[in-house]
Write a protein that binds this ligand. Structure first.
Ligand code: NAP
Length: 310
């Protein structure tokens, strides 16, 4: 029997996904009909972006699963009309993009690159940076992205600590967990990278109290989600010198309003939520494989825990 797959995302995404998704579903041996419109009661799977027009899942009476196109699910996880499994995106293209973005911004801080770009003033400042092994980097969140980023940083030689909700053992990473582990994860960090999901439990992970735990003059890199940081507390910490500089890719309101203090702050670099994006070619393969698994009675991969919110 033909499997009906609804693609529910912004129109421009369909242009990007139609060909790779068709190819991946065909390659997975699925007899499918992939469209942007169906009668709701005919739909088996929804390939989904939380900003699509589909917000009420009630009419989708034979729906088997919703396959999120994004790694973050905060825009759909609390939807009470969704009663079937929800999967999130774990895809090596997304992971590789995040590794590259975090590595670049970490090296900017580690090597003091700004000092040389801005300091073209005839003064010979020949102070070499320390080796990576002498730089402590903490990654908050050790999931698909955080663990890969932590290992890439460790691969370059950085002294890496990671923090997660549950205990972990990861080669070359000092692992801390739970609320009691946060202090240890932050207290010696020269650079902190946030790769946590946006849930009620992670909101304001960096606030006045936790920012004060970090060594004076530490750096922050946030490609996770805006609500992970208390904006006002960060601005105070930047102004006092407690935090030397922050690179922020994600914000409570996106696009970041033009009059937001982050834009003009000399110790903040704003990037417009571009740390890593879903790559259609690799993401399509992950989605097709998950549909194939479900049709064959195998467990879905990357299922969201609705109670934890990620
Ligand atoms: P993931 O695999 O779900 O990993 C989440 C990690 O956060 C896990 O290690 C989890 O701990 C930890 N965590 C969750 N709640 C916690 C808590 N209360 N205390 C301590 N640790 C907690 O997610 P992912 O795929 O790595 O993605 C992480 C986030 O990156 C996404 O949710 C999204 O917001 C963001 N993202 C941003 C971009 C961008 O372009 N800026 C792109 C993709 C993703 P456990 O391992 O113990 O469960």
């Amino acid at each position: 029997m033909t499997t009906n797959i609804l693609f529910a995302a912004k129109a421009e995404r369909w242009t990007t996904y139609e060909t790779p998704l068709t190819k991946a579903l065909t390659g997975a041996g699925i007899d499918f009909d992939l469209r942007t419109e169906f009668a709701p009661e005919e739909v088996d799977y929804i390939v989904y972006a939380p900003n699509s027009d589909v917000q009420d899942f009630t009419p989708y009476t034979r729906l088997r699963a919703v396959l999120n196109l994004w790694a973050g699910v905060e825009g759909v996880v609390g939807n009470e009309t969704l009663t079937v499994p929800l999967t999130r995106l774990v895809d090596h293209g997304l992971t590789q993009g995040m590794i590259e973005w975090v590595m670049g911004h970490t090296l900017r801080y580690h090597l003091g690159i700004d000092g040389h770009i801005n300091g073209q003033d005839g003064i010979w400042r020949n102070v070499a940076p320390p080796l990576a092994q002498d730089r402590k980097v903490t990654v908050l969140g050790l999931g698909a992205l955080g663990a890969a980023v932590a290992q890439a940083l460790a691969g370059l030689g950085f002294d890496v600590t990671g923090w997660s909700r549950s205990p972990k053992e990861i080669d070359r990473i000092h692992c801390e967990c739970g609320p009691q582990g946060l202090q240890a994860a932050l207290s010696e960090a020269d650079i902190v990278v946030l790769l946590l999901p946006n849930t009620p439990a992670t909101e304001n992970t960096l606030n006045a109290e936790s920012l004060a735990l970090m060594p004076r003059g530490a750096f922050i890199i946030n490609p996770g989600r805006g609500p992970l940081i208390d904006d006002d507390a960060l601005l105070v910490a930047l102004d006092s010198g407690q935090i030397a500089h922050a690179t922020l890719d994600v914000f409570r309101i996106e696009p970041l309003p033009a009059d937001h203090a982050f834009w003009a702050h000399p110790q903040v670099t704003v990037t417009p939520h571009i740390a890593s994006e879903t790559r259609a070619s690799t993401a399509s393969q992950v989605i097709a494989e998950n549909i194939r698994r479900d049709l064959n009675g195998e467990p879905l991969l990357h299922v969201v825990d609705r109670t934890l919110g990620y």
